[in-house]
Write a protein that binds this ligand. Structure first.
Ligand code: PGA
Length: 247
C-alpha cells in the first residue's frame, strides 16, 4: 500500500512573518500520520518554518535548487543548503520553472540525479499544455518528459521519487482535470515507469495529481487507484488546506 503524500506548493508567497502566521493556523489540524504532509515553502522561509513545525509530523520542502555543489552561481541555492536548513523535499521541473525560467529536460535530469545523491526527496513535475491536450499528443509528450528526467536514475532512486502530474491548463485556473482524466495519465505514467524499471518500482512509486486541487475535489481525486495524493498550489495558502489533508 502506497502512503498518500499531500504537499502544499506555496510558490512565491509568504514572507517570514506571514509564514509564522500561516503555519500557526494550519499545523495542528494538518498534523497527521495517515498521509505524508509537506509544506513546500520559499527557501528563505525554511528555517522559520522548521522552528514553527517542531513537534509535528509535517515535513518541509523547497521549490527549487541548483545541481552544482557550490561556487559562482549567483542567485542559486544548493541541495546541501536546503538540507542543512531543514527541508527534505524539493520540487523539480515545475511547469513554471520550465516555462518562465526555461529549464529544459537536461537540467531537470541533472537536478533529479543531484537531489538523490544529496539525500533530498524530489517531487518531479510533468504535464502537458492545453494545446497538446487538445491535439491529442499529450501522452507522447509526457512519456518524453518522464524518460528524459529518469535517464541514468537507478531503480532505488526512481522508487523514492514522487512524480506530480500537473496538466498546465489546470494550474491556477480553477479548471481541474476530472478524476478520470487525472487517473488516466497517472496510470499511464506508472506504466511508463514499469517499462523503464520493474514491477516493484511501478507499484511503489508515488504519483500525485496537481492543478486546482481544492477541498471539494480532493476526495474524489485521491480515491483513484493510481493517484497517491496531490500537489496543491492556491489552496495550500488557506485554511482550506486542512480539509484537503483530511480529505
Ligand atoms: P494550483 O497549483 O493548485 O494553484 O493549481 C498547483 C501547482 O502549480 O503545483
Amino acid at each position: 500500500m502506497r502512503k498518500k503524500i499531500i504537499a502544499g506548493n506555496w510558490k512565491m508567497n509568504m514572507t517570514v512573518s506571514e509564514t509564522k502566521e500561516l503555519i500557526g493556523k494550519l499545523k495542528d489540524k494538518c498534523n497527521t500520520d495517515k498521509v505524508d504532509v509537506v509544506f513546500i515553502v520559499p527557501s528563505i522561509d525554511v528555517t522559520t518554518a522548521k522552528e514553527c513545525l517542531k513537534g509535528t509530523n509535517i515535513r518541509l520542502g523547497t521549490q527549487n535548487f541548483y545541481f552544482e555543489d557550490k561556487g559562482a552561481f549567483t542567485g542559486e541555492i544548493s541541495a546541501k543548503m536546503i538540507l542543512d536548513a531543514g527541508a527534505e523535499y524539493v520540487i523539480i521541473g515545475h511547469s513554471e520553472r520550465r516555462n518562465i525560467f526555461k529549464e529544459d529536460d537536461t537540467m531537470i535530469n541533472k537536478k533529479l540525479i543531484k537531489a538523490h545523491e544529496s539525500g533530498l526527496k524530489p517531487i518531479l513535475c510533468c504535464g502537458e499544455s492545453l494545446e497538446l491536450r487538445e491535439n491529442g499528443t499529450y501522452k507522447k509528450f509526457i512519456e518524453e518528459q518522464i524518460k528524459s528526467a529518469f535517464l541514468n536514475v537507478s531503480d532505488v532512486n526512481a522508487m523514492n521519487t514522487v512524480i506530480a502530474y500537473e496538466p498546465i491548463w489546470a494550474i491556477g485556473t480553477g479548471k481541474t482535470a476530472t478524476s478520470d482524466e487525472a487517473e488516466e495519465v497517472c496510470k499511464f505514467i506508472r506504466d511508463i515507469i514499469g517499462k523503464l524499471y520493474n514491477d516493484k518500482v511501478k507499484d511503489e512509486i508515488r504519483i500525485q495529481y496537481g492543478g486546482s486541487v481544492n477541498s471539494k475535489n480532493a476526495n474524489e481525486l485521491f480515491s483513484k487507484e493510481d493517484i497517491d495524493g496531490g500537489l496543491v498550489g492556491g489552496a495550500s495558502l488557506k485554511e482550506e488546506f486542512i480539509d484537503i489533508v483530511n480529505y
